[in-house]
Design a protein around this ligand. Structure first.
Ligand SMILES: Nc1ncnc2c1ncn2[C@@H]1O[C@H](COP(=O)(O)OP(=O)(O)O)[C@@H](O)[C@H]1O
Ligand SMILES: [Mg+2]
Length: 266
């Protein structure tokens, strides 16, 4: 599979001497759905910024789309949702924030308006479009930030904790939008439950900012020892069934667990 992101030997040290990521080498293919998981402070956000070309790493390289491009050339193909939505919303109104990406890309006005109307309806933003972003609540801001990343339909989504502040209803809406996104999706999250819902591949960042595992979701999500030793909690269903079911049988999401119980009772 042609890689869309190819990172080699990425290390990043902040000016105060903190080394946030260490020697990260990874390759992400077209249309893969990947979760990058790690405890607080493990370096997920720094890795997201480096993969999104928003920090210049102290060492290493990131190349995009078959190694031919650097971040500047592919900026409009990357949808980078930062952990703090305040860093993302900078226009006078929410509508202008949503229109910004499509306009930069030269998307036709009609297509852009349609996309924005649909996203606003999905994410409960329709009545907030004329408000200044700083007047929104935390959850509303996060929904607006998600909408503005999706608005320009990027080939690659890099989403840092996209659900942090939103309630259950909109979590589900965002989950559906992310799952149905046609392209590559990388979600950075400390939640293995979220990883189970979204990803087919999981990359574990250890507490020192290096990759300690990178495998199919099931393999990582059922490895309680690996997860716990890296400051992570296995998905709820794994905690429920581990030691009772074989790893290959453990349902990874609540929906799968419900189905498992229904099947068992028949
Ligand atoms: N701007 C910064 N300056 C100095 N250290 C930072 C900065 N941002 C993050 N760090 C440190 O880098 C490490 C990784 O942080 P971060 O990438 O935010 O991890 P995560 O997203 O997994 O919580 C932490 O030790 C954090 O304190
Ligand atoms: Mg973070």
């Amino acid at each position: 599979m042609a890689p869309v992101i190819d990172a080699s030997g990425l290390t990043h040290e902040y000016p105060d001497g903190t080394t946030a990521i260490r020697d990260v080498t990874l390759s992400i293919g077209a249309n893969e759905r990947v979760a990058v998981v790690g405890a607080n402070g493990s370096g997920k956000s720094t890795l997201q910024l480096a993969l999104g070309g928003l920090v210049d790493p102290s060492a290493g390289t990131v190349r995009y789309f078959d190694q031919t491009a650097d971040a500047e050339r592919v900026r409009d193909r990357l949808g980078v949702l930062l952990q703090d939505p305040d860093d993302y919303l900078f226009n006078t109104t929410v509508r202008e924030d949503l229109e910004y990406g499509p306009a930069q890309l030269g998307m036709s006005r009609r297509v852009a308006d349609e996309r924005i109307a649909r996203l606003a309806a999905d994410l409960g933003l329709t009545d907030l479009l004329d408000r200044p972003p700083f007047r929104l609540s935390g959850g509303e801001k996060q929904r607006a930030a998600v909408a503005s990343v999706l608005a320009f339909d990027p080939d690659v989504l890099l989403l840092d904790e996209p659900f942090g502040a939103v309630d259950a209803r909109y979590r589900e809406r965002i989950r559906k939008l992310v799952i149905s996104h046609e392209g590559t999706v990388v979600v950075f999250t400390p939640s293995l439950d979220l990883a189970a819902e979204l990803a087919e591949r999981v990359i574990v960042v250890g507490q020192q900012g290096s990759i300690v595992a990178d495998a199919l979701a099931r393999e990582i999500l059922t490895d309680g020892e690996l997860l716990r030793s890296n400051g992570l909690r296995p998905p709820a269903t794994v905690r429920l069934f581990e030691g009772t079911l074989d790893d290959e049988e453990i349902p990874l999401t609540v929906a799968a667990a419900r189905q498992y119980l229904v099947d068992e009772r028949q």
